[in-house]
Write a protein of this length. Structure first.
Length: 235
């Protein structure tokens, strides 16, 4: 099973071919446009399921199943207070909870970005007891812990670790949060402004099955987005 996330910075319908070569089964795509914008092109690209959340049809959160081996549906506990942290039930070849993430501004700065994730983790804590993935653009890193939020990056990582959920990147490459050597975002698309903001967190039982982890390169992807795709493969 392969899971991929990529903040595509809009118009995913014109960029999807670049990720199709990676043969991921499930795609979590922040800044994806609504299905109506595709005008049938989604079926041409082999998309099995297309679930979308957003207010702006040009820029929302897309979750796509590329295989009929995986069925995805919205979990009934979805709380609109966390508009773009969406609980989904995945069934079929594998059965798990998927929290799709596109962290962004909230009503107050104090509760924005990682603050939204902090609130959502506490709200969905019962779901985290099941096999679980939490995937997407978190817009967060330990280096931003100094910004005053309701909960910072380290607090969220600690909460997830207590639930036996960890970052696939940090597990696979044995790196510490805030010390990442592979950026997933380049501010203003400048190579000298790198950050690691996109994550695939998962339960311990899936970490034990992690076969490969990949972060796209600046040279290959920067013309398409200021974010790099992140993909994990599990046996």
């Amino acid at each position: 099973m392969k899971i991929l996330t990529w903040n595509c910075t809009m118009r995913f319908r014109d960029k999807i071919d670049h990720v199709l070569t990676m043969k991921a089964d499930i795609l979590i795509i922040p800044e994806c446009e609504s299905r109506e914008k595709w005008k049938g092109k989604d079926s041409e690209k082999g998309i099995n399921q297309f679930i979308w959340f957003g207010d702006n049809p040009n820029k929302g959160l897309g979750v796509l199943s590329m295989s009929d081996s995986f069925q995805i549906k919205l979990h009934p506990s979805y709380n609109h207070a966390f508009r773009y942290i969406v609980p989904l039930e995945v069934s079929g070849q594998e059965n798990f909870i998927l929290l799709a993430v596109w962290a962004q501004l909230a009503k107050t700065k104090y509760e924005s970005y990682i603050g939204q994730i902090f609130h959502a983790i506490n709200y969905y804590k019962e779901l985290l007891k099941k096999p679980c993935f939490m995937v997407g653009d978190w817009n967060s890193n330990k280096v931003f812990d100094h910004i005053k939020r309701v909960g910072n990056h380290t607090a969220v990582v600690d909460l997830l670790q207590a639930a036996e959920i960890e970052s696939g990147y940090h597990y696979y490459f044995n790196e510490e949060h805030g010390m990442e050597t592979m950026p997933t975002h380049y501010y203003w698309r400048k190579q000298e402004r790198p950050f690691h903001l996109d994550y695939i967190f998962t339960s311990r039982n899936y970490l034990d099955r992690l076969k490969h982890f990949e972060v796209g390169s600046f040279e290959e992807w920067i013309k398409l987005s200021d974010h790099m795709p992140v993909m994990a493969e599990f046996v």
